[in-house]
Structure formats: structure tokens, C-alpha cells
Design a protein around this ligand. Structure first.
Ligand code: ZN
Length: 307
């Protein structure tokens, strides 16, 4: 009997050591919010390479789809590749990536309904259990948010929060600029800064999590389909593994009791749920003031102004 107990004890100890869990969520699949900067070949390569890396690393991923961006045959084909991958869970992200805080409830319902219809026609029976609000803007006030959440519930959607993100779209903009100028060194520099900043965000939000909950919780990471994430997906996942993370499905992550915490913030800004779970407004504002900011922010703004 004794020899049976030892492996059991060991495995339970290992399980305790592996409590840090993370669900990877990727928005704007299969096409990012800046489609004009991508050639069709680049878009295809970005999607296919990202899917290959997800498959090779065996990381469960949930994607959030804007069907209005998928209606050409080529893009529908890309969406089908995501749908057909067993590691991928499907979510809706509205038809047009609209800011739902600016929409009437009827327009919001149309955005959800038409998106739902198109995704399900491609998904062919694969479940679409999740919904993420574009810009994480759930509505302009608590009443508007409650109405939208109630509607989603009626459609069997779970509205999905996130806890950690790292402004990948800003780094991606600079990365594309460097690649277009064939400045490989600059592209590498941007990518290195992106990984460094992302890990810095993890340190900040892990600390905030411990202050709020007194423990680690299952984290939900948000990023986007883009070339930067694709090229550095392996590196980032390896770094997260090195921090003790185990990759889990969104369903598993959301089983953490932390996700039943009431939300106390009811405006439209799209920050982490870790801030929204802070009851005291002053305390929340203080944490927000001290939250990480990308060091490339000025360079990003300058580049955007030039376009
Ligand atoms: Zn989005």
C-alpha cells in the first residue's frame, strides 16, 4: 500500500505546484482591426502560421470573430481553418467590431444576431459559447450593460472578461512599419520590447491579483491576430510557461470563483476586469494611474499621426 501512496502524494503535490493557469484569448480573428495594412498573402500567412504554432504548442485558444471581415471566399476559408482546429473555441465579437457603448440596444441585437448567423453557418454545429465586447466596452452605464448582458444570456452566450493584455496592437503597428521599411533590426527591437512589456504587465497584474484575492487566480490573456503575435507566439508561450503557467481552456479558467466577483465599474473604458472588481472608486483610480504603459506609446502616436 505504501508504495502506491507515494506516487499519489507526489502527483497531488505537483498539482498544487501547477495552480497557475492561463487561458489565451485572441480577438479579431481571422483578420485584425487594421486590415488595410495587410496584403491578402500576408493575411493568409499570418493566420496559417499562428494556427500552426498553436497546434504545435498544443495551447487551447478561444477566438473572437467579426463576421463582416470574413465575407470574401478567401477570408471565409481562413475562418474555416480556425473552426476546424480542435484546440480552438469560438466566440462572437459583433458583426462590425462596433463600440457597443455607442449602439442602441436594437442595433446591438442586430450586430449579435447577424454575426451569430454567419459564424454558425461556417461552424456547422461547433458550439459558439462566448462573446467578447469590442474594446471591452459593455455599454455606457450599468443599465445599458445589464440590458446587453441579459440579451446575450438569452442567446446562450457567456460574455468574456480578460485580466491581462499588453497593447499588442501598438507594437504591431510599429512592427509593420519596420517590416515595410525592410528594417529587420528595428522589427526585432520592437518585438523584444513587446515581449518585455508583456511580461512586465504580467508581473503587475499578478501582483494586483494577489492584492485583490490573496492568491493567484486563473488569468485570461487577451491579444489579437496579427503578425507580431504570430512571429513571437512561441517565445511568449515559453516565457509564460517559465513563469509557471499551465495553458487551459477559457471554460476551465472561468471556473475560478474569481470570475463570480461583482463588477463595480460601469463606464465604457476597456480596462482589465481586475480593476473593475475593485469596489472603491478612489482605490480603482489609483491602481489605474499606476498601471503599466507601453514605452513605445509616443512612437505609436507619432506614427499614427503620420498616416
Ligand atoms: Zn477586437
Amino acid at each position: 500500500m505504501k508504495h502506491l501512496l507515494i506516487p499519489l502524494l507526489l502527483s497531488s503535490l505537483l498539482c498544487t505546484a501547477q495552480q497557475k493557469q492561463i487561458a489565451i484569448t485572441i480577438d479579431d480573428a481571422p483578420i485584425m482591426a487594421l486590415p488595410e495594412s495587410y496584403t491578402p498573402a500576408q493575411l493568409k500567412a499570418t493566420n496559417e502560421k499562428l494556427l500552426q504554432k498553436i497546434t504545435a504548442l498544443h495551447t487551447p485558444v478561444s477566438i473572437f470573430i467579426n463576421a463582416a471581415n470574413c465575407i470574401t471566399p478567401e477570408r471565409l476559408q481562413l475562418l474555416k481553418q480556425w473552426v476546424n482546429n480542435p484546440l480552438i473555441t469560438l466566440g462572437s465579437h459583433t458583426l462590425n467590431h462596433s463600440n457597443c457603448a455607442d449602439l442602441s440596444i436594437d442595433s446591438f441585437k442586430m450586430e449579435v444576431m447577424i454575426n451569430d448567423y454567419i459564424i454558425r453557418s461556417v461552424a456547422k454545429g461547433k458550439p459558439v459559447p462566448y462573446f467578447r465586447f469590442p474594446y471591452n466596452a459593455m455599454g455606457k452605464d450599468s443599465m445599458a450593460q445589464a440590458l446587453r448582458l441579459e440579451y446575450l444570456k438569452g442567446k446562450n452566450y457567456t460574455a468574456v472578461p480578460f485580466t491581462i493584455e499588453s497593447d499588442d496592437y501598438m507594437y504591431e503597428t510599429l512592427y509593420q512599419d519596420a517590416l515595410k521599411k525592410k528594417d529587420k533590426e528595428k522589427a526585432k527591437e520592437v518585438a523584444t520590447a513587446y515581449i518585455k512589456y508583456t511580461l512586465h504587465c504580467f508581473t503587475y497584474f499578478e501582483q494586483l491579483t494577489k492584492e485583490l484575492f490573496g492568491r493567484d487566480i486563473s488569468q485570461i490573456y487577451l491579444c489579437h491576430v496579427n503578425q507580431l503575435n504570430t512571429d513571437y507566439y512561441g517565445e511568449l508561450m515559453k516565457a509564460l510557461q517559465g513563469r509557471g503557467y499551465q495553458f487551459v481552456s477559457l471554460e476551465k479558467a472561468m471556473q475560478d470563483k474569481a470570475y463570480t466577483t461583482p463588477v463595480y465599474y460601469h463606464q465604457q473604458y476597456g480596462f482589465s476586469w481586475l480593476f473593475r472588481w475593485i469596489p472603491e472608486t478612489d482605490k480603482r483610480k489609483q491602481y489605474l494611474r499606476n498601471s503599466p504603459e507601453p514605452d513605445i506609446y509616443n512612437a505609436y502616436e507619432a506614427l499614427k499621426a503620420k498616416k
